[in-house]
Write a protein that binds this ligand. Structure first.
Ligand code: TYD
Length: 332
């Protein structure tokens, strides 16, 4: 099988590529990545010499580029991980979100149609459903995105839905809860807080810290995509969740405790605009098909903390340059 993974130099996709090449020695993976601030070839340093792996620098929002890849490589499956994903960046500057998450998805769907691709998997988020006080989002819950980021992902997902209904294309749409794990860009809650604490800085907790997210270890998410790649029903939508819900303050205290630090390292900062209160997905449909999350939250977060402690070669260079520019804007 030859898989085109878009955004393969990002956090979740690089973990997926690593897992796939290890599990399936006869599969080939093409990584098409624009190498934005969040795309980092260091995420794949250990597999760059693998004969079944090839990197192509390119933007999914560039139709000519997408078509060229499709013409040159005999792609069987596309997994669309490429996305702008950070809510705070989308508040500061939504432009790139519309380009990649909407136009980029559209170009890939057109390629699925034109080049008769056997399967397309859309990696998306529970944030498209908006915020929920009680209960969980089902696959058919209505979309109520609250940030330019979630609206851009919702738009891409709606295009996917329309290409299933109108053109009968072999598409699977996934909505996942929040990821954490190795190689996550240190702008997201967990890696930002871990690396700030290692650097003797404070951690910027928004509002009262009581917002709730459901958290899945990135390797469990990779397992879910692998499962859907082989067993998912075409034309269906699947939620991917772990069932583990945590308030931000609980996660913060857990990381502080693990690093032997106290609450004085928490800096309460102004709340995010339009901050969603809680996300949680009902992933019964996927579990009924035979997948379930395997990693224990406490173990996996400890493992994640250890990874950042042992791999400052990876994140220290990131926390400079463009990163500092972003933080100047974010906390000005
Ligand atoms: P984030 O990792 O940005 O993911 P998302 O907003 O897509 O769920 O944020 C997770 C939660 O952590 C969210 O409620 C916002 C909060 N948060 C902070 O309190 N401080 C921070 O510096 C960041 C980045 C997030």
């Amino acid at each position: 099988m030859k898989i085109l993974v878009t955004g393969g130099a990002g956090f979740a996709a690089s973990n997926f590529i690593r897992q796939t090449l290890k599990k399936y020695p006869d599969y080939k993976v093409i990584n098409l990545d624009k190498l934005t601030y969040a795309g980092n070839l260091n995420n794949l340093k250990d597999i760059e010499g693998n004969a079944n792996y090839k990197f192509i620098k390119g933007d999914i929002a560039d139709k000519r580029m997408v078509d060229k890849v499709m013409r040159n490589e005999n792609i069987d499956v596309i997994i669309n991980y490429a996305a702008e994903t950070h809510v705070d960046r989308s508040i500061l500057d939504p432009d790139a979100f519309i380009r990649t998450d909407v136009i980029g998805t559209y170009n890939l769907l057109e390629a699925v149609k034109e080049f008769k691709i056997g399967k397309y998997i859309q990696i998306s988020t529970d944030e498209v459903f908006g915020s929920i006080k009680r209960g969980k989002f089902k696959e058919d819950s209505s979309f109520k995105p609250n940030s330019p980021y979630s609206a851009s992902k919702a738009s891409g997902d709606l295009l996917c839905r329309s290409y299933i209904k109108t053109y009968d294309l072999p598409i699977i749409i996934t909505h996942s809860c929040n990821f954490y794990g190795p190689y996550q860009y240190p702008e997201k809650l967990i890696p930002l807080f871990i690396t700030n604490l290692i650097e003797n800085k404070k951690v910027p907790l928004y509002g009262d810290g009581k917002n709730v997210r459901e958290w899945i270890y990135v390797l469990d998410h990779c397992r879910a995509i692998d499962f859907l790649l082989h067993k998912g029903k075409l034309g269906e939508v699947y939620n991917i969740g772990s069932g583990v819900e945590k308030k931000n303050i609980e996660i913060t205290k857990l990381i502080l405790k693990e690093l032997g630090l106290g609450d004085e390292r928490i800096k309460k900062v102004k709340d995010r605009a339009g901050h969603d209160w809680r996300y949680a997905v009902d992933s019964t449909k996927l579990r009924k098909l035979g997948w379930s999350a395997e990693y224990d939250f406490d173990d996996a977060i400890r493992e994640t903390i250890r990874w950042y402690q042992n791999n400052d070669w990876w994140w220290k260079p990131i926390k400079s340059g463009e990163y500092l520019e972003y933080y100047k804007k974010q906390y000005k």
